[in-house]
Every structure is written in structure tokens, then in C-alpha cells.
Design a protein around this ligand. Structure first.
Ligand code: ADP
Length: 543
């Protein structure tokens, strides 16, 4: 027997309709090149999205065609997200930090028809446009006076295009399984792979992220997504905020600037924010050096890489709860969230410290398991390490135009490429990327845990651990460190003694090497492939 409920398609067009009728007066504040503090409302935003939809309707595209963006977090980017997807096209967000040849590859692989570009990225477009012959037009997201000088053909000004357009547009009725957005992984090995989100998966992910123990935004929150809209849809914030009715604060090209972030938090009353650990290091450095407070800020979400305990503990001193989350491009991205800080009174101090080092429990909708090399499911005892696999309605079932990926080898599951433990209470702890695992004498060492401890040293800015050949143990860990301003006299032995007692004795790296700058990927993660290249010929002193 079938249920008797209405079959209303789950599309993100419903977010516009809901936000306009319920939260239309809430503000969106953006930093852009032509206005350091642009402000308007959701009503204004979606009215301009309809103007933009009228512009796009004149381009003669077919439904499902890809329209790309290469832009910061700001109001024009938000307008483009909705105008493209709700008109029945796919909004392909491009990460400007990818190598130019990767950008050419993904523009051509996605067969992007038009590209919206922030003026900051215009030099990049000048470099790659000649190799992107299918692109019919480049739209610079600026006012006429901020347009770049260029010899390129088919270059349009965003504000000029919108001028005089009607703000009436009848959004088409879309199939909920139609694609709405496309994002490529950063491809540390091989070409980037495309993850194609559907309206349905995005709506379900939005509901899930809004749960109290997930990201848990409410209408009273002022949310500042620092995590970029150009990678995995800013962890879904551009969808969740209009639904919840949060005021949004978008830092534009100042996302890495601690001083601007502190000013935005203070002046706009930001209560919640989301970003990768490096962003928080910048903010904390600024607050510490200037003696500032962030009194309105209640919660930050940290993900993308492991969050060192030292970051969480420093935020504690500001009265800010750190919510550690884990996910990936292929998961829309949210998989787990750690809300232990919101239930602080349920845990002893010791238990709380142990729990907060994990990435929390799976959010409802995401199933997880760990398996061994023979694909046997491992116990949830908090000890057994295994390949972490996931499934759920917002997890990719295959890559765009790429059949038979290894990650999809087990039917119905996606292999994340992470190694993890799961505790009896369901807390997931990420120990490594599969390709970064260090095996010493046949036993695994968690590089993430060693890095977390090393980052807690007061003279360390950033730390990474890689495995290097060792004649006796096969592999041993080598700790690579960037010292901070106070760290000039930091010596290897001092660091090793610091780690002693915090991690298993045999996990303590055999040696420490100091470097000036840590190499990072396009999504801000430490680039271990580059470190392995730099230290390719390295030999341990005792080896
Ligand atoms: P990429 O394009 O580099 O794959 P993603 O943002 O999709 O970028 O990266 C996902 C990966 O980032 C995860 O598989 C995991 O290895 C790592 N990651 C994300 N969040 C965390 C976290 N909280 N702790 C440890 N690793 C994390």
C-alpha cells in the first residue's frame, strides 16, 4: 500500500520560495572588490537571481547545460548559484586555487558554456581562455567601472547584463533528481573528478545540516561561511542559511585575513562560522596579537583537515565552542559532526577531551563502516583501524563522465580514502588518508594524531608527518615542522620530549626536519605528496 502524501519534488527552488516569504527581510552582507561592505536582503538577492535568470534565458542553452563560477563568497556568487540551478542548468563551481592546466581540464571536461568570474581571477582567465574553446561567454562579476581591460571576445559585465531586466521569472518545474551543482575534487593524484549534486540530494543535505547536532543554524544566528563557495558549496551554508533565516556575512577575498574576519565578527554580530583549520589559526593569531575578543561568536565549525586540540582549547578561552566535522566533496560534504561541546555536562573532563579529538558521530542519513583488506567489516571498538566507507542519499554514486571508479567498487558504498576507527558509541576518529598511512614494523601509526600533538607545541606553526624508509621497521615517521615567530630556537629533541607521554612511545617520530613554508593543496590541506618529493632521498640518522 502506498502512502497518500503529496509528491512535491525536492528542489532548491523551494529554498528561494521559502526564504522570500519567511525570511525576506534578513540581511546578506558581503565584502567585494567594488564595495567593502555591501548589504541587502534575501528578498533583494532572489529578485536579482530572477533578473539573472532572464539574462541566462537569452543565451539559448539547453536544460542541464553547465554554467561555471570562479568567485569568492559574496552576494553575486549566491545569485548565480540559484539563477543557474533553479533555471534548470548546473552551477559548476571552480576552485581558483587549482593549477591553470587543471582549470582548463575541468572547464572542458564539464563543457561549461558560460563562466562567471570575479575580477580578482581575471588574470587567470586571460591565461586559460584560449584553451577553453567551448565557452561562449565570460561574465565578470563587477560594476562597469571595475571591468578589466581585455582583448578577449565575449566578455560581459554582470551589472550591465542585469540592468533593465525584469525581476519576474517563472522558475521551471524541475525533476528532483536533476543535477543542480557540480564540483571537482582537487585531484592530488590524477585529474580532478567531478561530483554532480542533484536538487534532491542538496535539499536532503540541507535538512540534515540544519539538525541541532549537525551544523544547527537557527533564525537568530548570524553566519559567516569562510569555507569557500567555490569548493563543495561552502559546506551547504548558502542553502541552509536562507532556509533557517540566518543573516549571512560573506568575507569575499578577505577569507584568509584575520583582521577583516575579526572586524566582521564584531561589527556584524557573527554568532557562527565555518572554515578549515588554517583560517582559524589566522584569526587566533590576530586576536592574540591585538588583544581582541569575539564576544558575539558562539560556535565555529572546523573541517577539511583534522582540527588540532590546541585550536579548540584556545577557542575555549574565548567562550567559543568548536564543532569538529568531517566530510568530503563526494559527500556534499557533511558526514559526521562532533556536538560533544554542546552537551558538555554529559561528559567528564577526560571523556570530553577524548571525544573532541574525534570527528563526532555520523549525521542521520549517513551510514558508515570500516573494513579490512579483505573487505570484512571491522568491529566498532575504537581500536580497529580500517578503510572508511559511507552511504546515503547525498553521497555520490559515481563520478561525472567516469565509470567504474575504484572508490565505488563495493556496490552501494563509497570508499572515502580515509582510514578510521569507530567507537562503541559511534564516534569516528580519522587516523589518516589511505595514501598517507605509515606502517612501522607492520603496525599503523596515525600521522594525524602525531601532527595534532606536535601542533600543540607553543613554538610550532604547522606540523606534518610522513613515513620514510627504514631498514629495520620498513617505515618510520618523520616529523616536518614550520616554526612560528617564537620558534627560532626550537630543536628536534625538545619536540620529541614534548610528544613523549602524549602518544604511544613507538609513534614518536625518529627525526624532525624544519622547513620555512608548508606546501598546501588547493583546498588548504597539507600537501604530503610534495613533502614526500622534498624528502625523497632522506635517510634517518640511525638507519
Ligand atoms: P579534496 O578535493 O581535497 O578531496 P575534500 O574537501 O573533499 O577535498 O577533502 C576530503 C578529505 O579531507 C577527507 O576525505 C579527509 O581526508 C579530509 N578531512 C576532511 N575533514 C576532516 C577532519 N575533520 N579531520 C581529518 N580529515 C578531514
Amino acid at each position: 500500500m502506498q502512502g497518500l502524501m503529496m509528491d512535491v519534488p525536492l528542489t532548491i527552488t523551494s529554498i528561494i520560495q521559502h526564504a522570500e516569504s519567511v525570511n525576506g527581510h534578513k540581511e546578506i552582507v558581503s565584502v567585494t572588490r567594488d564595495n567593502p561592505r555591501h548589504r541587502y536582503t534575501y528578498k533583494d538577492a532572489f529578485s536579482r537571481s530572477r533578473q539573472l535568470a532572464n539574462v541566462i534565458a537569452g543565451w539559448g542553452l539547453s536544460q542541464g547545460d553547465r554554467i561555471a563560477t570562479l568567485a569568492w563568497n559574496d552576494y553575486r556568487h549566491l545569485e548565480a548559484y540559484y539563477a543557474a540551478a533553479c533555471s534548470g542548468y548546473v552551477c559548476h563551481t571552480i576552485n581558483p586555487r587549482l593549477f591553470p592546466e587543471q582549470i582548463v581540464y575541468i572547464i572542458n571536461h564539464a563543457d561549461d558554456q558560460f563562466v562567471f568570474v570575479d575580477p580578482d581571477f581575471w588574470p587567470l582567465i586571460e591565461q586559460v581562455a584560449g584553451e577553453c574553446s567551448n565557452v561562449k561567454g565570460w561574465v565578470v562579476m563587477a560594476t562597469p567601472e571595475n571591468m578589466p581591460e581585455t582583448q578577449l571576445a565575449n566578455v560581459y559585465c554582470y551589472e550591465t547584463l542585469l540592468e533593465g531586466q525584469s525581476d519576474q521569472f517563472l522558475w521551471p518545474e524541475l525533476d528532483e533528481n536533476a543535477a543542480c551543482a557540480l564540483c571537482y575534487t582537487s585531484g592530488t593524484t590524477g585529474n580532478p573528478k567531478g561530483v554532480l549534486y542533484s536538487h534532491r540530494s542538496t535539499v536532503l543535505h540541507t535538512y540534515a545540516t540544519l539538525m541541532p547536532d549537525a551544523l544547527g543554524m537557527s533564525g537568530g544566528d548570524v553566519v559567516m561561511p569562510i569555507v569557500p563557495m567555490f569548493h563543495v558549496n561552502a559546506w551547504g551554508n548558502p542553502y541552509a542559511c536562507p532556509v533557517a533565516g540566518c543573516k549571512m556575512v560573506m568575507p569575499g577575498n578577505k577569507m584568509g585575513d584575520g583582521a577583516t574576519l575579526a572586524a566582521l565578527i564584531h561589527e556584524e554580530g557573527v554568532t557562527m562560522s565555518a572554515g578549515v583549520p588554517t583560517v582559524w589559526l589566522n584569526l587566533l593569531n590576530h586576536l592574540r596579537s591585538e588583544g581582541l575578543r569575539v564576544d558575539t561568536l558562539k560556535q565555529i565549525v572546523v573541517g577539511g583537515s583534522a582540527c588540532p586540540l590546541s585550536i579548540m582549547e584556545e577557542f575555549d578561552t574565548y567562550g567559543v565552542d568548536t564543532r569538529h566535522a568531517w566530510g568530503m566533496t563526494e559527500m556534499s560534504p557533511l558526514g559526521t559532526a562532533n556536538a560533544a561541546g554542546a552537551h558538555r555536562d554529559l561528559h567528564t573532563d577526560e571523556e570530553f577531551t577524548r571525544l573532541r579529538m574525534t570527528v563526532g558521530t555520523p549525521i542521520w542519513g549517513v551510514e558508515v563502516k570500516i573494513t579490512d583488506d579483505d573487505n570484512k567489516t571491522l568491529p566498532r571498538d575504537g581500536v580497529a583501524f580500517g578503510a572508511l566507507k559511507v552511504r546515503g542519499p547525498w553521497i555520490c554514486s559515481s563520478y561525472y563522465k567516469l565509470e567504474g571508479s575504484e572508490a565505488h567498487a563495493e556496490p552501494g558504498w563509497f570508499e572515502t580514502g580515509d582510514v578510521a576507527t569507530i567507537s562503541p558509541e559511534g564516534y569516528v576518529a580519522i587516523t589518516d588518508r589511505t595514501k598517507d598511512v605509515i606502517k612501522s614494523g607492520g603496525e599503523w601509526i596515525s600521522s594525524i594524531e602525531v601532527e595534532n600533538c606536535a601542533t600543540g607545541h607553543p613554538q610550532v606553526a604547522e606540523a606534518a608527518v610522513i613515513g620514510r624508509m627504514h631498514p629495520k621497521w620498513g617505515e618510520r615517521p618523520l616529523l616536518i615542522v614550520v616554526r612560528n615567530a617564537e620558534g627560532a630556537d626550537l630543536q628536534p629533541d625538545a619536540l620529541k620530549s614534548f610528544l613523549d607521554g602524549k602518544i604511544a612511545k613507538w609513534w614518536i617520530p625518529d627525526d624532525v626536519q624544519f622547513i620555512e613554508d608548508m606546501p598546501h593543496t588547493a583546498t588548504g590541506k597539507i600537501q604530503k605528496t610534495t613533502l614526500r618529493d622534498i624528502f625523497a632521498d632522506y635517510q634517518f640518522p640511525d638507519a
